[in-house]
Ligand binder design. Structure first.
Ligand code: ADP
Length: 234
């Protein structure tokens, strides 16, 4: 599996190396599902606009919403909390990076998520810093059951800290809020299991490039992340 992936990715290595040369840093944000990677990423982008944010979860949800062939395939897998095959993800990342022009810095969110993906990424780009979010399982279970969204705009509400004015209704569009299929309790437990088996080993893989941030709220975590990014340089 790994060598097939590497071979296929190898065909485009030359173009990726030139992408690498035009970037000053690649950051990876790593952590449990529902652990605030998306929220911390948004805050990083606000403070450091030079980053290109690449979230494989967001890219896949766009495919699902557009009804593409990939989206149809992704929908069922995502709703169970399992991972998509590595090659599909690698193709998606490859084409997004190629189309992205030359932003100064890259912020990877939700990718790589397996050792095979990390090994293929090494052939494209060097990851300089890993921002690892350490959030207790219980916080994640409570947070995901609280997270609801507006389907047409993708605006995310949290009943605990960013509730809509009227329960269950989007402030902007008036439509009924929905829960992400994979935020339903049985999927969240499955996603946590998948994280432990497939993604947690990346902490060891990246070794001393990993910086761990702990905290129960994104605001507390982000204060430390912001200091870190300012310290090591964008
Ligand atoms: P979370 O990190 O909270 O699980 P994401 O939005 O990053 O949320 O991912 C949602 C789902 O999309 C995952 O559960 C998985 O099914 C799929 N997915 C996202 N990124 C990857 C990836 N790198 N490899 C395989 N599947 C992925």
């Amino acid at each position: 599996m790994l060598s097939r992936t590497s071979l296929q990715i190898g065909r485009t290595t030359a173009r990726c190396v030139s992408l690498q040369q035009r970037r000053s840093a690649t950051y990876l944000i790593l952590g449990k599902p529902g652990g605030g990677k998306g929220t911390i990423s948004k805050k990083i982008l606000k403070s450091f606009p030079s980053f290109l944010h690449l979230s494989t979860g967001d890219l896949l949800r766009e495919e699902v919403n557009s009804g593409s062939e990939l989206g149809k395939k992704a929908k069922d897998i995502m709703s169970t909390g399992a991972l998509l095959p590595d090659q599909i993800i690698l193709d998606l990342v490859q084409s997004t990076i190629s189309k992205s022009g030359s932003p100064k810095n890259l912020l990877l969110d939700g990718f790589p998520r397996t050792l095979a993906q990390a090994s293929s990424l090494d052939e494209m780009l060097k990851v300089d810093h890993v921002i690892a979010l350490d959030v207790p399982d219980q916080t994640i279970i409570e947070r995901t059951s609280d997270r609801w969204l507006s389907q047409s705009t993708n605006r995310v509400y949290s009943y605990s800290y960013d509730p809509p004015k009227v329960k269950g209704i989007c402030d902007d569009t008036g439509e009924e809020l929905i829960q992400r299929e994979d935020d339903k309790p049985e999927s969240v437990l499955k996603r946590l299991d998948t994280y432990r088996a497939e993604t947690a080993p990346l902490n060891e893989y990246y070794g001393d490039r990993v910086e761990v941030f702990e905290g129960e709220t994104s605001d507390v975590i982000f204060e430390q992340v912001e200091k870190f990014v300012k310290g090591v340089g964008e």
